[in-house]
Design a protein around this ligand. Structure first.
Ligand code: C5P
Length: 233
């Protein structure tokens, strides 16, 4: 059984101030995408890593991958306008067998650690589908958006809530059929698990951590730098 990792990195990062897509910003002098790649390259069970990037960024990413010495197990494919499309392109490029495992990880979660990746692989081997999730500590409100903000329509008991992170892992055949079904129905999800859930397959949850943050807004970089420094001490 082989394990493949897909890193969608074709986003524009519009919530981050500045002209640079966030996956190319640096953390401790190293591009965010390279931090994420390092984490997966550090897991011997991961056979190959596929990075999806914008067509215009392919050369720059190839050069970075070579600069950091990853040429061996890393492949670059062209992404699409939506995250789901970027993952679909990478999925189509995988030389995978039905029983192989595919992990999808946001390129902009650079602090993922090898132990969490390993636990996700184990859970996928057992359940067929598993994601990293963080139990909610805040009280969760469902709202209706209004012109001036939002109005609460319900309180969702937090014991029933986890915040979905990545990696999200699946048997190749399951992910492939869930993507085909979604494409057929015109369904677009914000993560892979939502496609697999609607296909009717149970998805297990592996305990995540707050340090596995998604670099999204200004300020997240400083927090990630802090976690990184703490980890290396
Ligand atoms: O936009 P969001 O924060 O959900 O992005 C999560 C990941 O998906 C990022 O690593 C981003 O680069 C990637 N993405 C992509 N293709 C897109 C949009 C987002 O690969 N069209």
């Amino acid at each position: 059984m082989q394990v493949f990792a897909i890193l969608p990195a074709a986003g524009l990062g519009t919530r981050m101030a500045g002209p640079q897509p966030k996956q190319f910003l640096t953390l401790d002098g190293v591009p965010i995408l390279i931090h994420s790649l390092r984490a997966f390259a550090a897991v011997p069970r991961v056979t190959a890593i596929y990075v999806a990037v914008r067509g215009t960024e392919m050369q720059r990413v190839q050069a970075q991958i070579a600069e950091y010495g990853f040429t061996h197990r890393v492949h670059v494919v062209e992404g699409g306008d939506k995250r789901q499309e970027s993952v679909a392109h990478a999925l189509a490029a995988l030389p995978a067998q039905p029983d192989d495992i595919v992990l999808v990880h946001d390129a902009v979660r650079p602090l993922i650690d090898a132990a969490t990746i390993e636990r996700t692989i184990d859970a996928v081997a057992e359940h067929g589908a598993a994601i990293v999730g963080l139990p909610a500590v805040d009280t969760i409100k469902q709202v209706e958006r209004t012109a001036h903000g939002a109005l609460i329509t319900a309180t969702i008991p937090r014991e029933f809530v986890v915040l979905a992170q990545t990696p999200q892992g699946f048997r190749f055949s399951l992910l492939q059929s869930a993507f085909a079904e979604a494409a057929n129905d015109g369904f677009v999800g914000t993560d892979e698990a939502s496609l697999v859930e609607r296909a009717g397959h149970p998805v297990a949850v592996v305990h995540g951590s707050a340090t596995n943050l998604k670099i999204t807004q200004p300020g997240d970089l400083e927090l990630a730098e802090y976690y990184l420094r703490k980890r290396s001490h």
